[in-house]
Design a protein around this ligand. Sequence first.
Ligand SMILES: Cc1cc2nc3c(=O)[nH]c(=O)nc-3n(C[C@H](O)[C@H](O)[C@H](O)COP(=O)(O)O)c2cc1C
Length: 142
Amino acid sequence: MKKVLIVYWSGTGNTEVMAKQVAKGVSDAGAELVLKKAAEATAGMVKEAAALAFGCPAMGAEILEEAEMEPFVSALSKEELDGKPLGLFGSYDWGDGQWMRDWAERMKAMGALVDGEGLITQLAPTEETLNKCYELGKRLAG
Ligand SMILES: Cc1cc2nc3c(=O)[nH]c(=O)nc-3n(C[C@H](O)[C@H](O)[C@H](O)COP(=O)(O)O)c2cc1C
């Protein structure tokens, strides 16, 4: 069975809701789901998975959350990411999505096959965004 790893960080729950919806798409498509918060995730888990989804809101000034998500992402290299499908998602508020553009470029530079431009939503995800999260999960599982 195809293993899909979802790793996320969320402070006030918006990105977490997205993560759970991606997870539902993965499970409904019949793949093996591993859902982890960033603090519990390791590069070894990324290496073992066939497809990936990472979620983090825009923090600081258009960067990833620094205490848990950034260390997780920093520990990754081409070895774990090269040629692997990767869905990126997250919530933001007052910015224009710069953190996601930077993150997508960073992951592509390590060989990840980033799905689209990353899935972003202002504050709480709408029904439409949740559907996109679900579809992302299904694509990653397929
Ligand atoms: C410390 C902090 C820094 C933030 N920095 C940004 C930012 O640079 N750009 C932006 O668009 N939103 C920024 N936000 C807003 C969050 O991205 C937004 O509230 C998001 O919905 C939080 O997602 P979460 O509920 O998954 O934690 C920041 C919020 C906090 C608390």
